[in-house]
Design a protein around this ligand. Structure first.
Ligand code: C2E
Ligand code: SIN
Ligand code: SIN
Ligand code: SIN
Ligand code: FE
Ligand code: FE
Length: 495
């Protein structure tokens, strides 16, 4: 951007720089003839690389006002600014130059064609580097963000996209990038290569949306390129598109496509190979981590199911209690993570029943007072079994096993805790457990009709149960009923 009130300066400058190109691209000039025009123009073109700025225009400090505007109002810290003045000796103060990140200060007469060329070149270089650092910062913050939420599936994508953004920032031409992986079978072995069978790992620019890539129409343009890469098993550069080949330790083929690269020299193959190797290791690690967590959840659920089976209930009891507990947790304002932990932990609320003899556990009728005492030990026993663990889910399960028979009014067991002294997870599971015990057949009782169940909750609100949670139960009754019918008990024989 040339900002000067003398048209002659514009002519001389463009003439001198006409044939200059940078990274294989020509220069584009934007002409402004006053400070006011320059301010408007920088808003419209925030990606201007360099501004050659006259100091004295409509006022004798118009240029300095522009600098202040660019940095402070337009908040543009990337554009490189060269101040020019026709009055030698009237340099702005040092503080102005440092405070507003002015890159150079030149006398108009000083600007011969070769000096101008050097100046422009060094400005464009530093502009390029500043933009690269900026993009890299954005990418890095995505990586950091993703590692904080590693338990979510989207973390893999965010992590890779973050690193990809950093990589793209190093390549001139600002290409759109996409990293794809050959489809594998469940064991991670490569299924024979077919060009339609690629999984997206992450993308930037127009490939940011996963959905875009999965629309084959959008991606089909790369089919020929992919064929070449797969045949040559190394990188290919063609028509401003660069594709790199990488085979990971599992034998999966990864291909990185950079679309819109200025020249093949602007891509550093070594860095790309390092990138591909690191990402594929990170990808496998995250997948392994997710797999471990999934396994943990499944084992917890199977364990809960095994307990319920022994007391001649189907595994669906724990599934319903898990789903209802999560629903109430979210409704009561617990975070998604806290609610998910409750969901995974609540199936273990009756783990202690493992220690209750069959004759008592599966007694078809009502318990004697002695049997009741033995039955009640299941809360303490379950707690003791789980308390040793340091795992988040199992720690939560220990508290739930301990407190799911406590009552809001303090008349529950085993500790006789009351009100908010009972952990929220215990109060929630109590409601889900009793609701489910009443709504379904037990060895000692038939299922109750819904009216009768709701009557009991109305009656026990503030006595057995946390009154606020009972209100939420009624608010969410439709969803509770859906859960009940989703996991209906089928007649099954006990193990
Ligand atoms: P569960 O079958 O999972 O029942 C959980 C809770 O639901 C019970 O905790 C109780 O608060 C509520 N509940 C279940 N059925 C009824 C009912 O008919 N009326 C009312 N008002 N509430 C009901 P609770 O009472 O602490 O019992 C804990 C566990 O002890 C029960 O778990 C069940 O496994 C066992 N149990 C309780 N009573 C009997 C019984 O009479 N016979 C047998 N065989 N087992 C029983
Ligand atoms: C990066 O990690 O910043 C990108 C490239 C590499 O893996 O070295
Ligand atoms: C399961 O994972 O099958 C049971 C636990 C849940 O409902 O999330
Ligand atoms: C039972 O009757 O065995 C359950 C414990 C209780 O009702 O307090
Ligand atoms: Fe219980
Ligand atoms: Fe239960």
């Amino acid at each position: 951007m040339i900002v000067d009130d003398e048209p002659g300066v514009h002519d001389i400058t463009t003439l001198a720089l006409k044939s200059v190109s940078f990274s294989g691209r020509p220069l584009e000039f934007i002409h402004c003839y006053s400070g006011k025009q320059a301010c408007e123009s920088i808003i419209k073109h925030p990606d201007v690389a360099m501004m050659m700025l006259d100091v004295v225009m409509e006022t004798d400090h118009a240029g300095l006002d522009v600098v202040k505007f660019v940095r402070e109002v337009a908040n543009n810290h990337t554009v490189r600014i060269i101040l020019r003045t026709g009055q030698p000796g009237r340099a702005p103060e040092r503080e102005v130059i440092t405070a507003f990140d002015i890159n150079d200060y030149k006398d108009k007469t000083e600007l011969t064609s070769s000096k101008l060329f050097t100046l422009v070149y060094s400005c464009l270089r530093s502009y390029r580097d500043i933009v690269a650092i900026d993009a890299s910062k954005k990418g890095l913050s995505r990586v950091i963000d993703a590692s904080a939420h590693i338990f979510k599936l989207s973390a893999v994508e965010n992590f890779t996209r973050g690193v990809l953004e950093q990589l793209v920032a190093l390549v001139s031409g600002k290409p759109d990038a996409v990293l794809i992986k050959s489809k594998t079978d469940v064991d991670g072995l490569v299924v024979s290569y077919e060009k339609e069978h690629w999984n997206l790992v992450a993308g930037t620019g127009r490939f940011t949306q996963v959905a875009d890539l999965n629309q084959r129409a959008n991606f089909g343009v790369f089919n020929k390129l992919l064929d070449m890469v797969m045949q040559q098993k190394r990188f290919v550069y063609q028509d401003r598109t660069y594709a790199a080949y990488f085979e990971d330790r599992q034998g999966n083929v990864n291909v990185l496509i950079l679309d819109g690269v200025d020249s093949s020299e602007s891509v550093d193959n070594d860095i790309i190979q390092i990138f591909m190797r690191n990402v594929s290791i990170a990808y496998e690690n995250i997948k392994l981590q997710l797999d471990l967590e999934e396994t943990q959840r499944e084992i917890v659920c199977l364990l809960g199911e095994a307990v319920e089976r022994r007391s001649m209930e189907t595994g669906n009891h724990v599934r319903r209690v898990a789903a209802m507990s999560e629903l109430l947790a979210l409704a009561s304002g617990l975070s998604e993570e806290e609610s998910a932990i409750l969901r995974y932990a609540s199936p273990l609320h009756d783990l202690g029943k493992i220690a209750i003899p069959d004759s008592i556990l599966n007694k078809p009728g009502t318990h004697t007072p002695e049997e009741t005492l033995i039955m009640r030990t299941h809360a303490e026993i379950g707690y003791q079994m789980l308390a040793a663990s340091n795992r988040k889910v199992l720690k939560a399960a220990a508290v739930i096993a301990h407190e799911h028979h406590e009552r809001w009014d303090g008349k529950g067991y085993p500790q006789g805790k009351s009100g908010n002294d009972i952990h929220i997870n215990g109060r929630i599971t109590a409601i889900a457990d009793v609701f489910d015990a009443l709504a379904n057949d037990r060895c000692y009782k038939k299922a109750w009709p819904m009216d009768k169940i709701l009557d009991l909750f109305r009656q026990e609100k503030g006595k057995h149960f946390d009154p606020q949670l009972v209100d939420l139960l009624f608010e969410r009754l439709d969803e509770i009923k859906v859960i009940q019918s989703q996991y209906q008990d089928k007649i099954s024989s006990p193990i």
